[in-house]
Design a protein around this ligand. Structure first.
Ligand code: Z5A
Length: 230
């Protein structure tokens, strides 16, 4: 018994991803949730995709500048995958293994929505990339912030001020409508992992809904998991 306890690994941190359309409030809500978890003494880090590690941040710059688009959708998807591979292996997995909670602004569902649904990259290609980059790493919870496209775009434009839109912000309303549908479909296909939250409400109301989802689906529903090493 004592020997078993001595051999037990640390408790794995939890992996929570935030997804949604442009201006849906992911960054705002992640910050609030991280403060709340850290205040509750659950060591929490915030990260993002594309990016989150030094190598992946270089790729982020490349992709959001529009350079990736010039290479074609498949090659652009490979850039997102390369960024994710570095981020997962140098930041996310090490943190989880140390018991740290990881809140990530966008993850693999963004590739499914943007490159898969909107870019028509084949599911087989996306599956193969996921096998390499994330393996069996699955978020404990994915919060999908759902907002009418026009409101999300207005929020993003207001925040941008006079700055030029990036590669994806520059897409039209029809693109962003399809994106919203893609996220709803992802949520419907994996209801255990995903929760859709109405983001067309004030910040505090959305934060309360996020907290309720986390409490019900992660804090009380899943017992602590020990780190398993391959
Ligand atoms: N992408 C991809 O194609 N494939 C992939 O695999 C991955 C990503 C991982 C990254 O963009 C782009 O890369 C993204 C998809 C693509 N394209 N887009 N568009 P990014 O990281 O630069 O940006 P983003 O992820 O799209 O997020 P965002 O548009 O910057 O917004 P947000 O984080 O969801 O929202 P926010 O910054 O918290 O809020 C936006 C503004 O609204 C801000 O002024 C807030 O103060 C305000 N706000 C927030 N909440 C509220 C409420 N409740 N009421 C009123 N106002 C609010």
């Amino acid at each position: 018994m004592i020997e078993a306890a001595a051999n037990a690994g640390p408790v794995r941190g939890r992996f929570i991803t935030f997804e949604g359309g442009e201006g849906s409030g992911k960054s705002t809500q992640i910050k609030i949730l991280a403060e709340r978890l850290n205040a509750a003494k659950l060591h929490t880090i915030v990260t993002r995709e594309p990016g989150g590690s030094p190598g992946a941040e270089i790729i982020r710059h490349l992709v959001l500048s529009g350079m990736g688009k010039l290479l074609g959708t498949d090659a652009e998807t490979l850039l997102f995958a390369a960024a994710r591979d570095d981020h997962v292996h140098t930041v996310i997995k090490p943190a989880l293994e140390q018991g740290v909670w990881v809140l990530c602004d966008r993850f693999a569902d963004s590739t499914r929505a943007y490159q898969g649904r909107l870019g028509n990259v084949l599911p087989g290609v996306l599956n193969a990339m996921e096998r390499v980059t994330i393996g069996d790493l699955k978020p404990d919870l994915t919060v999908i912030l759902d907002i009418p496209v026009e409101i999300g775009m207005q929020r993003a434009a207001a925040r941008r001020g006079g700055c030029a839109p990036d590669r994806f912000e520059a897409e039209d309303v029809a693109f962003h409508r399809q994106l919203r549908d893609a996220y709803r479909d992802i949520a419907a296909s994996d209801p255990q992992r995903c929760v859709v939250i109405d983001a067309n409400a004030d910040v505090a109301t959305v934060a309360a809904a996020v907290w309720t989802a986390l409490r019900d689906r992660v804090l009380t529903a899943n017992p602590a998991k020990e780190v398993t090493r391959a």
